[in-house]
Write a protein of this length. Structure first.
Length: 396
């Protein structure tokens, strides 16, 4: 009874397993005890917890048992097994190097919900030469306690994992909300400041610059809000593609036209390269254009003045590839995964972008059956590659 209380007092799975073998060794009266947990193949052991061996002795033995010999017999035939001498049992396999000598043996299965998930082993009976029926009955009873305790521990571990996951999601939502407020505040502060100069301006030159700054600030704010709303709708699963047969050249030209004013302001040249044959694509034209505009805007933003940004279209047997190529600073290796997360930027101190365009673009690409990745080396620039299937399986 005391052993059962001690087992149920543990909550973590590792703690429960260790308490089981410690209690069994003490109550039954054995020099050594161990508990093996079956792996996914239901044949070999994924965990092996011991009692009576020091850490140094365990390290000297080496790898986990492979479930051969008597240990494997308890796995294959889930019933209690007693032996006065392991070395004379017909199912013996032998011990690995540096294993302490063992003679008497008692093994019982641990069942949960009608299935065996582990086995409890005891060796070297203290006092008598071998384990008797009473020892076996006690071990079986402890195994029954262990099954319930392990199930509780697993539920506890799973509930703790879910709590941590919910807390992490809550922190991420709060962080996203705070960063969104920060971005909007910054954008509107600039608009307000330049609007004030426009109202109070006294020279045409100052008025012209203030008007341009107000326009660009308002445009950045609208882009930020649209991307944020798109991201929220995508995460909620409320965006559905509308499938159409799209002329690739037309879609690329529409996207280029959408960013031409920004490119002209930096004297950035926009080029498009197509395959020789005219190509159509079954996709959502609005989502494709939105992705290309986001990629082109990023490319122009990070390109030096008077450079070139190219859209290269290639086709293979199953996909159409849109590669947006710039000559900017490139994307460091440590950022290539993070830039597709909300509010991550190439350079967080640059003030460029909102950190939402790429996350929205990747999710839109996945929505229409494609994928978006970055191909970049430091220095020569970055290439963002969008691959779309010629005909998505789900397209009606």
């Amino acid at each position: 009874m005391s052993a059962g209380v001690a087992i149920f007092s543990e909550h973590s799975l590792e703690g429960v397993l260790q308490q089981i073998v410690d209690s069994a060794r003490e109550v039954v009266g054995a020099r050594y005890a161990a508990l093996g947990v079956l792996g996914s193949d239901r044949k070999t052991l994924s965990q092996f917890v011991t009692s009576g061996l020091s850490a140094a002795e365990r390290d000297r033995i080496g790898d986990l048992p492979r479930g051969r010999g008597l240990l494997g017999l308890v796995i294959r035939e889930p019933r209690p097994i007693r032996s006065a001498d392991i070395n004379r049992h017909p199912q013996r396999f032998g011990f690995p190097p540096h294993h302490p000598p063992m003679k008497s043996f008692l093994g019982v299965p641990i069942r949960s919900r009608g299935e065996v998930f582990g086995n409890l082993y005891l060796t070297e009976k203290v006092g008598p030469q071998e384990f008797d029926r009473e020892d076996e009955a006690i071990a079986v009873l402890l195994a029954a306690h262990a099954a319930v305790a392990v199930e509780n521990a697993r539920l506890h571990d799973e509930s703790q994992r879910l709590v941590r996951q919910v807390e992490a999601m809550q922190r991420q939502r709060e962080l996203s909300s705070a960063m969104m407020n920060h971005e909007v505040r910054n954008a509107l502060t600039g608009v307000f400041g330049w609007a004030e100069r426009l109202v109070r301006g006294k020279s045409p030159e100052q008025n012209a610059r203030a008007a341009r700054e107000v326009y660009e600030g308002a445009e950045r704010t609208m882009t930020l809000l649209n991307n944020f709303l798109d991201l929220a709708r995508l995460e909620a699963g409320k965006v559905r593609p509308v499938w159409r047969d799209v002329e690739i050249a037309t879609a690329v030209q529409h996207a280029i036209a959408g960013v031409e004013p920004v490119a002209e302001a930096k004297r950035v040249r926009l080029l498009a390269e197509y395959p020789n044959e005219a190509t159509t694509l079954r996709t959502d034209p609005m989502r494709l254009e939105q992705i290309l505009i986001n990629l082109l805007s990023n490319a122009v933003r990070h390109s030096p003045e008077a450079e070139t940004v190219a859209v290269r279209v290639e086709r293979d047997s199953s996909d159409v590839w849109f590669r947006v190529i710039d000559r900017g600073p490139g994307v460091p290796p440590e950022l290539r995964a993070r830039i597709f997360e909300p509010f991550e930027r190439f350079d967080p101190h640059s003030g460029l972008g909102t950190g939402l365009g790429l996350p929205v673009s990747r999710r839109l690409a996945e929505l229409i059956g494609g994928r978006l990745a970055v191909e970049s080396t430091i220095g020569p620039g970055a290439t963002f590659a969008l691959a779309l299937p010629l005909r998505p399986p789900q397209a009606a």
